[in-house]
Design a binder for this molecule. Structure first.
Ligand code: N2P
Length: 368
């Protein structure tokens, strides 16, 4: 009896030591956009796998890109837009995925995989997290009141790019995303240029157009700023923002019983489509756990729960039965063919062009 007791005690001690050692190793460091996950995703993953998640947010593709270029970010999973991921693949900053550890890849929609294969041939590095578009969102009641007798423009981008409209909306608030790569392709297309032009003159023209509305832009905001809350509180009239974020704000305002009539518009000259992708940095300290995390996200119920929480479409065909019906049929979330055809596809300008883009945006922001 005694020796059995002793043996079980030492077994207990051993398993405690193993658990402590295991706990030290079983970590995954995830770097993602803010407001882009369900409330229970991390908790459920931790419970199912025993891997602890350290979760941080970045506020733009530019910020994430700079971190990856600098190296040793310490992250195991990052979520760049596919167009930035293309540059990161080319620069050798991302690891090839071990598909034997990603059995749930079978759940993904071949059409989305084909989209991503354009920037990642053979789908070797990237798995889509969610997708959506940068567009103009409005507080319809406030815009109507601010415009008075002026009818809504035919191209919704006029609201934020044309002084006649923007000057009227200034008082109720115009917010732009604080990211050059989000605004410039849209601005170029709006003035009739190639959204990914590499001609300096086109950037001058886009800068001139933007300069005229600069006095009416009340704020620049990144992912993780409080712009969703500000929309939900009715403090923003028009926003150049991300589709799902605008819907999150609408939903929040309804939950707070102060519903704002927020609408995601599909402007004539197009929103800017994005596919945000999970990838593993080359120097990730916990690559196995990163694979476990990516595979977990691709479970049908999990991918559906992300869409249900943040109103972005997911790439997971098998998840559709788990997506709330009102979201599954919402064309602002799962954009239809015509909507997609109107959009600016993601693009990856070369470095010299990226400098032009940044410079144009910086002087727009600084109003000089
Ligand atoms: C943040 C969503 C970011 C999408 N809530 C932009 N890639």
């Amino acid at each position: 009896m005694k020796s059995v007791f002793r043996r079980s005690l030492s077994a207990l001690a051993l398993s405690l030591i193993a658990a402590a050692a295991g706990a030290q190793e079983k970590v995954v460091n995830v770097y993602n956009w803010a407001d882009y996950i369900a409330e229970d995703t991390i908790r459920n993953f931790e419970k199912e796998t025993g891997i602890k998640v350290r979760y941080d947010n970045f506020d733009s593709n530019e910020a994430l890109h700079a971190k990856l270029v600098a190296g040793r970010s310490g992250y195991d999973v990052v979520v760049p837009g596919s167009h930035f991921a293309k540059l990161q693949i080319q620069a050798g900053l991302l690891m090839k995925l071990d598909k034997s550890k990603l059995p749930n890849l079978k759940n993904l929609d071949p059409a989305i995989q084909a989209q991503l294969a354009k920037v990642d041939p053979g789908n070797e590095h990237l798995v889509d997290w969610l997708w959506g578009y940068t567009t103009v969102g409005i507080n319809a009641d406030k815009v109507k009141a601010a415009l008075g007798s002026m009818p809504m423009p035919d191209n919704a981008w006029d609201l934020v790019f044309k002084p006649e409209y923007a000057s009227k909306l200034k008082a109720c608030g115009i917010t732009f995303l604080d990211s050059a790569s989000e605004v410039l392709p849209i601005a170029l297309k709006y003035i009739g240029k190639d959204p990914y032009s590499n001609a300096a003159a086109d950037y001058t023209a886009a800068g001139d157009m933007l300069k005229k509305v600069r006095p009416f832009v009340t704020r620049f905001a990144g992912s993780g700023s409080d712009y969703i809350d500000q929309m939900a509180r009715g403090n923003i009239c028009a926003v150049v923002g991300w589709s799902g974020d605008i819907m999150i704000a609408k939903n929040k305002s309804a939950q707070a019983k102060k519903p704002q009539n927020l609408q995601v518009l599909l402007p004539k000259t197009g929103g800017l489509l994005f596919f945000d992708t999970m990838a593993i940095p080359k120097d990730a300290p916990n690559a196995d756990n990163a694979h476990a995390f990516i595979n977990y996200i691709m479970k049908p119920e999990v991918h559906a729960s992300l869409t249900n929480a943040v109103f972005y479409a997911n790439p997971n065909k098998a998840s559709l039965p788990f997506v709330k019906p009102e979201i599954a049929k919402d064309k602002a979330v799962f954009v239809d063919e015509a909507g997609l055809a109107s959009m600016i596809p993601p693009g990856s300008p070369d470095q010299a062009t990226r400098r032009l883009i940044t410079r144009t945006f910086t002087s727009f922001k600084a109003n000089r």
